[in-house]
Design a protein around this ligand. Sequence first.
Ligand code: SF4
Ligand code: SF4
Length: 370
Amino acid sequence: MSAGTGQAGGTPAEGRPALPLLPLADLPPEARGAALLRAYGAREPGIFPDTLTVLITNRCPLRCRGCSTHEWARVNRHGELPADRWMELISQARRLGADKLMVSGGEPLLRAEDTLKVLAHGRRLGMRTALMTSGRGLDRSLLAELYRDGLCELSTSLDGPTARVHDAWRGAAGSFDEAIGALESARSLAGTPRPVRDDPFGGTFTTHVMTVIAGHGAGLLVPTFQRARQAGADLVSFQCLSPDERFETLKVPEADLPALEAQVDRLIALLRRGEPISNSEGFLRRVIPYFAGRMGVPDDRCLAGYAHLILAPDGSASSCREYLSRQARAVDDDGEPSLLALWTGEAMGRARAAMEGCERRCLLRCWVDD
Ligand code: SF4
Ligand code: SF4
């Protein structure tokens, strides 16, 4: 596949030169699904994702059950890219039309200085920036610095409504207090003036909580949502345990499905009342079939390869955390970054083809049909 063949027929945004690919960010939300389906149908990466996700390190002091990061760390063959390489890749993503930058890991605050640099760079380029952290290492002064630099979203995880449940899942005593502390500190900062100039997002700063749905907390989803809101979370997202055979014992057991169903029904009621839950009702309705092993997959298609760009610490790329490719890299053998060559290149094409054949019954691919 070549860079020039993927033009999806979009009109360049006003005042901007024509781009080699149609930026997903240029499309209204209701038009994105159709554009992705066209790219998938043509097997051409004619569009460029709206978000660049940077996994700045695979290292992490926590040991969450159901996390594959420590596995990836073992196959991270090329080490961690330095901050200046990341900044160049982010600049390229911006030039290709991406308007959001997510920095995650591992625990990104193990590279706190580089994380600050990279996020500030994204903001200077006018991107909406988000940091995903467990909260470990996020003291008030560091959070204040991130806030001053224009961070748009702080995202953390809450996997239970109490320290006992959350810390047991996260494999680290004290992690509940760290996550709650991060949310409460963020709440105290939100709304205070900050020197963000030319901010296309109106200076907004939001906090986001992710909660995994798994066997440990099947009956605790609503209390976890309530605890997150009490600590100041603006938005809560639920995600199902990864569909990986290694995590079989962590799934919701059949005997607990009724309890899970009752929680899901209550979440749907909250969603209908306008409570800040990011999942669609369609997603929530698939949770029980997912854990009961009877979820069908529409057309067996996975569009993630056209919609997402995730870069691992060494610059290797994928579109799904379950499918981190070891072949496609965003830097060449001399360390020179080229995001366009990566996105339109053969190695990424092979990764997309492998993802199309993915037999995991995941809920990730469903974001497009809701
Ligand atoms: S904090 Fe994140 S990266 Fe670290 S073990 Fe937990 S899920 Fe994995
Ligand atoms: S179906 Fe797609 S999004 Fe889901 S696990 Fe497979 S590759 Fe990832």
